[in-house]
Structure formats: structure tokens, C-alpha cells
Design a protein around this ligand. Structure first.
Ligand SMILES: O=c1ccn([C@@H]2O[C@H](COP(=O)(O)O)[C@@H](O)[C@H]2O)c(=O)[nH]1
Length: 316
């Protein structure tokens, strides 16, 4: 791919330049869980103290991964679960990640009828001071139809942000609806077609649009099919690591330049010290486990996918 000048006002351009700078499509998911926090971090079981611990833990993960990866993906559910204190902690984590020059993809899976969708978009999209939460991108459900997605895109484009629409999710039950066939195609391919149209209309200098698609590493054949059917659509891939997906499973999601996909790992990185190969780093050395798991993921993608063609930053 020949890249023109990249704009700092276009989401996919910003994503590409961040990924090229870090030399990896690895994305670190922040899904804090009270029972897995390192010892000593949790003062009590009150929502206020759990939220404070989530904020500290996530910021300390960010300290480790910020030099290594382009983006983080906080999962809103784990913060919202705690009520107002959790929502404040989420905002602080987003702010902290942005201050460390990371792109922040908020995994909220929001949507509603158009006017309400516009309010969600206002809340979550737009780096810096343009939105109260300050996310660079938001995950969005397609189930309410085209007029529920376009308000997100309008706000995203105005603010240099992006959205990722659920197309083929990583969970075992996703096919119950997503694979239903209508007019000769599974439902997820109809969603993919609409998302690709929007991506084409909103493409920047890299050829990728401000609209991306969520597609799981647990469905490698469909990933390959979607890469082919959606040439202007960036893929956000969950399901790697803890859910069983491998780097080889994700290989077909990348373009020839090693771009076009960003791959999430949440538990596998943040709670790496619970995995047998990093268990010697549990306790006081938990951040070393996070760093080693991130470096191992980066190495795996460099070995098994075209992401190995990205320039390798010194020190990684
Ligand atoms: O299809 C989907 C969409 C979103 N997710 C989210 O990604 C992370 C995965 O966490 P792991 O610990 O790496 O399994 C989590 O926040 C999910 O809600 C997904 O898994 N699949």
C-alpha cells in the first residue's frame, strides 16, 4: 500500500500512523476484575474502593504497555458495574491512556434509534476536550439499522474519531442470529456490506474508513472472507488468547502491508500473572508479567502474520 500524507483528523489515518510507529497490531484490552487484581490493591469491597483499584490497576497497565502498543480498549461494562464511581474511573483511565499518546477504543457496544444514538456518539466520541469521555473510537451494535449507525459516523468524522460495528462476534452463540441466511447471505455479510459502504465513503489517505468492523479471531474462515469483502474496513479482532484464537487464525485479516486489523487481548495480558508461563511473576512483579505477555503477543504476530512487515521499532 502506498500511503499519502496521513491526517491527524482522520481516525484510520491516526490508527495507521500509531500502528506503524509501534510496529504492531496488538491492542491491550482493559477488563478489570476485582478477584484477579494483584494483592494489596483492593482496600475493601465497596464500589468506591473497587473503582479506585480499577483505576490504579489500569493506569499501571498503561504505564507498561504505552511504549509497546498503539491502542487500548477499556471494556465499559466492568466500570459501569460499579455505578457512578466506576464511570468516573473509566473516564480517568481514558484520559490517562490519551495522555500517554495511546488511541482509546471504548468497548461499549452502544446504539439506539438515531436521535439517541447521536447522544451516545456525543458522549463517547472525540479525543481531547470534544467529548466528556474522550474516546477515539467506540464499538457499536448494528441491530437498530442504518439510521442508527449514521449518527455515530457523522459525529466520528467531525471529531477525527471512529466506530467499530459488530459484524461477526467472537462468542460461540453469535451465529444464532448473525449466521441466519437472508437473500442468500448470512446476516453478518449484510451488515458487512453496509459497513464497507460507509468505510468506502469515509476513507482517508490509507484507503481505510472511519468505520471499522468487529470480527472474532475464533472464526478464521469468516475473517478471511470479511477481509476480502471489506477492503476499506479496518477489522477489530477480539477472541485472541483467552478465548482460543491464535495469531495464525488472524493472519488472513491483514492486508499485504501488515495493516487492516488490530487484535485485542484483555485477560491474557492484564492478568498474565494468572497464566502458568508467567506465574513466577505473580505478586510484586505483576507488571513484568504484563510486559512479557505483551512482548510475546507482538512477537507472535510478527512471526505468523504480515504484521511482520511493519517497521520494527528499536527496543521491541
Ligand atoms: O465479539 C466480541 C466483541 C467484544 N469482545 C470483548 O473483547 C474483550 C475480550 O477479552 P479477552 O479477555 O481477551 O477474552 C472483552 O472485553 C469482550 O467483551 C469479545 O470478546 N468478542
Amino acid at each position: 500500500m502506498v500511503l499519502g500524507p496521513l491526517s491527524d483528523q482522520h481516525f484510520a489515518d491516526r490508527l495507521v500512523s500509531a500502528i506503524i510507529r509501534k510496529g504492531t497490531p496488538a491492542l491491550v484490552g482493559l477488563d478489570p476484575r476485582a478477584q484477579s487484581l494483584p494483592p494489596g490493591m483492593l482496600a475493601s469491597q465497596s464500589p468506591h474502593d473497587i473503582a479506585a483499584a480499577y483505576q490504579k490497576f489500569c493506569c499501571e497497565v498503561i504505564d507498561v504497555v504505552a511504549p509497546l502498543v498503539a491502542a487500548i480498549k477499556p471494556q465499559a461494562a466492568f466500570f459501569e458495574q460499579l455505578g457512578p464511581a466506576g464511570c468516573t474511573a473509566l473516564a480517568e483511565v481514558i484520559r490517562y491512556g490519551a495522555a500517554k499518546q495511546l488511541l482509546v477504543i471504548v468497548d461499549g457496544k452502544r446504539n439506539d434509534i438515531g436521535t439517541t444514538a447521536a447522544a451516545y456518539a456525543d458522549a463517547y466520541l472525540g479525543p481531547g476536550d470534544s467529548s466528556p469521555w474522550g474516546g477515539d473510537a467506540l464499538t457499536v451494535s448494528p441491530y437498530l439499522g442504518d439510521d442508527s449507525i449514521t449518527p455515530f459516523l457523522s459525529t466520528a468524522q467531525a471529531r477525527g474519531a471512529g466506530i467499530f460495528v459488530l459484524v461477526k462476534t467472537s462468542n460461540p452463540g453469535g451465529g444464532r442470529f448473525q449466521d441466519l441466511v437472508a437473500d442468500g447471505l448470512p446476516l453478518y455479510r449484510h451488515v458487512a456490506r453496509f459497513v464497507e459502504e460507509l468505510a468506502d465513503q469515509s476513507k482517508g489517505a490509507t484507503g481505510y474508513g472511519s468505520v471499522g468492523a468487529v470480527a472474532g479471531a475464533t472464526y478464521p474462515e469468516q475473517l478471511a472472507e470479511l477481509r476480502f469483502a471489506m477492503p476499506h474496513t479496518w477489522l477489530l479482532i477480539p477472541g485472541y488468547g483467552a478465548q482460543g484464537g491464535t495469531a495464525a487464525d488472524c493472519a488472513a485479516a491483514f492486508d499485504d502491508a501488515g495493516l487492516g486489523a488490530i487484535v485485542n487481548s484483555s485477560r491474557g495480558i492484564t492478568f498474565a500473572y494468572e497464566r502458568s508461563q508467567y506465574s513466577h511473576l505473580a505478586g510484586a512483579h505483576w507488571q513484568q508479567a504484563v510486559e512479557q505477555a505483551t512482548r510475546d503477543m507482538i512477537a507472535e504476530f510478527r512471526t505468523h502474520t504480515s504484521a511482520g512487515r511493519l517497521p520494527s521499532p528499536s527496543g521491541n
